[in-house]
Design a protein around this ligand. Structure first.
Ligand code: ASP
Length: 315
């Protein structure tokens, strides 16, 4: 069976011209670290669901991506985090949303998945669950970074002057996600986000919604999305792609382009990574760039932000 791992760090990339060499180097190194964390598990014969959790966890800990440390601020100047994970072998899934204190929301989502029921916990219930499970909790300020603070300030000004719709993808949003196929041919997907900058308190996006921002089903595909969550939910993006593959016989490439095309009609930024039942990887996006990476079956790490893809070594 072909091992496969692909990740994204969101379609809210900085424009290439505004990204310093140091920022790019750090983002690239964190993407490579995420790929290594996931690939180490897959290469030892470990389950895809553990690999996607490990990869997402590294990106949650990085300040460069809008998830965990480095998450976007909501309109109240706080962070509310959403995450989910799905095991394509069993269709087991777990999710948390609007959590304020879970250091790694993907770890809590996986713990909930293993418990089996309920599938999704919101707000304080998610935070309390994490504490009971021994999953690390932190003060809300742990997630704050200078860059996201500036994003919030600029979105507040845009709101006042009426230019919010002209904000760059980087000012607005971002997400992290991973998809994998393991040695047994099982698929999995995981997604984690701070949502969009200046979102109303209590707003929940697509990332913790199974079938929208995250979906995995053996024999079909695994998908993790990034972009305006309200549309990912309306189109049930993850499940829609899996259904186009299963019922219409589309290739993964065709199915993802069809759905991304529909999202693009709404003039929203969107992207995703997906892996097919045969280990095929796709990573389409309609924005200027998308942080992304994958490992080829020979163990070579590839990362990219904009058009150019760089090979950054062996896993
Ligand atoms: N999908 C995320 C959300 O709507 C944001 C993003 O990926 O940019 O919460």
């Amino acid at each position: 069976m072909t091992l496969a791992l692909a990740i994204h760090g969101g379609c809210g990339t900085l424009p290439k011209a505004e990204m310093t060499e140091a920022e790019w180097a750090q983002a690239r190194s964190d993407l490579a670290g995420a790929l290594r964390a996931g690939w180490t598990i897959l290469a030892k014969g470990g389950p895809a669901v553990d690999a996607v959790e490990a990869a997402v966890r590294v990106m949650e800990d990085s300040p460069h991506f809008n998830a965990g440390h480095g998450a976007a601020f909501n309109a109240d100047g706080e962070h509310e985090l959403d995450a989910s994970i799905m095991d394509g072998a069993t269709l087991a899934a777990g999710a948390v949303c609007a959590a304020k204190h879970i250091r790694n929301p993907i770890v809590a989502a996986k713990a909930l998945m293993l418990r089996g029921d309920p599938l999704l916990l919101a707000g304080p219930a998610a935070d309390v669950f994490a504490e009971h499970e021994g999953v690390d909790t932190v003060p809300n300020e742990y997630f704050s970074t200078e860059r996201r603070r500036k994003n919030l300030a600029s979105m507040k000004i845009r709101e006042i002057v009426g230019t919010a719709s002209e904000a760059s993808e980087a000012e607005k949003h971002g997400t992290v996600g991973a998809v994998a196929c393991d040695a047994q041919g099982h698929l999995a997907a995981a997604t984690s986000t701070g949502g969009y900058t200046n979102k109303p308190a209590g707003r929940v996006g697509d990332s913790p919604i199974i079938g929208a921002g995250t979906y995995a089903r053996d024999g079909r595909c695994a998908v993790s999305g990034t972009g305006k969550g309200e549309y990912f939910i309306r189109y049930c993006v993850g499940h829609e792609i899996a259904s186009l593959v299963a019922y219409k016989g589309l290739t993964l490439d065709q199915a993802t382009h069809e759905v991304l095309g529909e999202l693009s009609d709404h003039k929203i930024g969107a992207g995703l990574v997906a892996v097919g039942a045969d280990g095929t990887i796709v990573a389409p996006y309609n924005t200027e760039g998308m942080y992304r990476g994958w490992v080829t079956p020979d163990g070579l790490l590839h990362v990219a932000t904009h058009g150019d893809v760089e090979m950054v070594g062996q896993a």
